[in-house]
Structures are given as C-alpha cells and as structure tokens.
Ligand binder design. Structure first.
Ligand code: NI
Ligand code: MN
Length: 231
C-alpha cells in the first residue's frame, strides 16, 4: 500500500506532518511550552500553518521560518503581521482552499479571537481565528485551532472526509471535553486527538474523560512526540 503521511503531536496545539517529500508544522508554540518535546532550533520544515495570532499558537514561527526559509500560511491579517517580521507568507481566508506543493490547505471558521500584544503593550488585532483542513497523500486532517463548539462543524464534516481531527478540550478559552465530544459527532472523523489541555492551570482536563464521552470515533490520547496511528 501507499506510505501514509506521518502525523505527530507535540504538546498544546503543536502538530507536525511529514509527507514523503515535505515537513509541515501547525501552531509551533515551542519556547515556553512545558509540554512539548521539540526544540525550536532543531526544526527543519518547509511550511508552517497558523490558526490564529495568539502567542501559544504563533510561538516560534518567525525564528523557525527564517532559519528554514519556510513559508508561513495564515489568515490574512496574521500573515501580513508575520510578513512584517521578514518572513515569506501566503495569506488566506476562511473558506479558501489552495494546493501547495506540500499539500492542500483549507481554512475554516473558528469562534475565538486573534491578537497579539506589542512591546508597548498595545493589542494588535490579527483578523479572524480559524481552523485548518490539510490534505496530502490521501489523508485529511482537521486542526480546529482554538474554538468553541459551533453547529457548522456538521458542514465541515459533511463536506470533508476527515481521517484525524485535533480538537481542543481544555475549556476556559475553548471547548471543554463535553462540547468537544459533541463536536466529534458533528465532524465524523475516523480518529480524534484531544489537544490544548494541561499546558496551563486554567486548561487542566482529563483526556480519559473526553475519551469516555466519544462514541463514534477512535480516540487517540497522544503524549508529546507520539504519532497518530493511521489505519
Ligand atoms: Ni487562542
Ligand atoms: Mn490557545
């Protein structure tokens, strides 16, 4: 059979994808992330995908992209902000889809916010928060970013055959375990991986509780550095 892409989890919302020819990072929050196994200086990637502008998602994006000459694909305002730091970017918008040489990217809606704070303490608004659909080599993953539960997750599930969904379960800033279990029913993925929990005290959750609530998908609780077991 064809060699499938390798998808690994690296704590908080960090996901790494290795296809036969490319390496892609989503939301590479490494420095300051006590739950990650990655070292920012050691990353060799072709592309970085960002869901929104919060520091626990943008993380080490600029440093890694500069070192690797990687392209950063992000929602429009966030892409412009990253470009202002001297990085090659490709801006996109919700509903938009593009075939890159490393795979196909589509941005979906998320209900959250997107901003950063500059050195003067001013809040910089960075457009809409998003989720990301990524497809390559016959496998589709959905990274929900940070979001609350929303009914149009059913549309995302109806219109895309999702192999792996990465869903936040931390509550406080995003869905908690119960809403994330309901989201799993709407999205209908084959595999669901809980993310965005236990990194900081406000998002302390038991992933086993989330697992107990999910009936129609395979739950894979991954430690940092572990791979999704694709069937
Ligand atoms: Ni956020
Ligand atoms: Mn977050």
């Amino acid at each position: 059979r064809d060699v499938k892409m390798k998808i690994s989890y690296h704590g908080h919302s960090v996901v790494k994808i290795q296809t036969n020819s490319h390496t892609i990072l989503i939301d590479p929050f490494i420095t300051g992330n006590e739950k990650t196994d990655l070292n920012a200086a050691e990353q060799q990637v072709d592309a970085i995908l960002l869901t929104h502008g919060h520091d626990d998602h943008v993380g080490d994006t600029v440093e890694i992209a500069k070192k690797c000459n990687a392209i950063v694909v992000a929602p429009f305002e966030l892409a412009n902000y990253i470009q202002s730091k001297g990085v090659e970017v490709h801006p996109m918008g919700i509903g938009g889809e593009r075939e890159f040489e490393f795979g196909k990217v589509k941005f979906t809606q998320a209900f959250h916010s997107s901003s950063t704070t500059n050195e003067e303490g001013q809040v910089i608004y960075l457009g809409m928060p998003t989720g990301i659909l990524f497809s390559a080599e016959g496998t589709t993953l959905y990274h929900a970013g940070d979001t609350g539960l929303f009914g149009d997750m059913k549309l995302i599930g109806d219109r895309h055959d999702i192999d792996v969904a990465f869903l936040p379960i931390g509550s406080n800033f995003t869905m908690g375990p119960e809403d994330a279990a309901y989201a799993t029913e709407l999205l209908q993925p084959k595999i669901v991986v809980p993310i965005h929990y236990n990194t900081f005290p406000p998002i302390k959750q038991d992933p086993k509780y989330f697992e107990s609530l999910v009936k129609k998908a395979e739950v894979q609780i991954l430690s940092a550095g572990e791979f999704v077991a694709l069937s």
